[in-house]
Design a protein. Sequence first.
Length: 387
Amino acid sequence: MPIEFDKKELVKYPFLKEAHSLVSQKAYSLTNLLELESGRRLAQKARDRIKAALNMDYVFDNVTGASGEIPEHEILSYAIARMIVSCMNERPVIDKLCRYESERAAYFLQREEPEKKEYIARSLGINLRSGEMKVNEYVELVRDLHDSKWQLVNRDVNAGNVAVSRDEAEELLKERIRSMLHSQLPLPVPEEIKEKFKPLSEEVSAVYKERVMEQFGEVDEGAFPPCMKAIISSVTDGTNIPHTARFSLTAFMHTIGMDITGIVGVFTRAPDFNADMTMYQVDHISGGGGTEYTPPQCVTMKTYGLCCQDAICKSKKIQHPLSYYKYKKKVTGNNAAGASSRSASAPSVQSPSAHSAPSSSAHPKSDRIGARIDAKERERAAKNAKD
Ligand code: SF4
């Protein structure tokens, strides 16, 4: 029997082709729509959708038309939100919107009739019933999932298929929705429409920058957790660091608001620094490959062999390197409240010498980072002077 969705159901899954057909039938012209009061309200609704995404406000129990909303308008607000983030050219905002939409869909899928859930999964290439997935499809799907349970080495593989339980398949469905939405953005937006969205996209951009500043304040390398300091130390020493270390450090620096130039600047401390390769890797991890990454949590860092706990990690039972950083900034007084109004996209990173007197609670290996970096820099400066 064919699966059918009514209008209110399509509000829950606006990315389905059926939802697209519903609003296409109405032949809305976006330019005309935005001239109308109702269109302006729709654009504001779309803006609020993005703000909810930036605030990670994952509350979805009142969005299915029950409050008198017209289903087509709900679906259009999804489409307009995608256009607004496409105008902004801020990858983290795109990423947050895609996460929000996938969380939203997952919320409704949890409460969905099994046949409809399976239909949606099938339309996205996932069979919820089979209990397995072809290796190549699985690897592609978990590419951006860093929990060790998804690593192929930790899976049962048989005759080219990976065993996947029903619950796991549903988790992977959420990831498929996120990556599918991400692969579609940014959309090409005509200049005329960009101009109309400009006030809204500027408003959202300001909110995004505020959130980064609120969360992390000014970048302070002295407050980095010992694991990240130890990786920087290895980079500076010229030790060949594993991909997991490079990934973790880059994702960490990106998440706390460092721009690509600042991140690459840290890697220039390596004696064998390769500009092109580093630029490519950093850009990819920072979202250039279509996905913005966040650093692994402590439990994953431990499995990578990158954890080197200090007294703060132990006494505060730190679970995530970002929590360490926030805590350390707070106790050293350099938190968001005291941060300047500098843009989060162009933070100043303390020079290595600025933390030559690290906290006594730092990991012993990390304690020596400042001094080692200073020595390297002095060496380089002397070499440059000779040249
Ligand atoms: S406990 Fe966490 S923050 Fe501390 S060193 Fe280990 S991974 Fe880093």
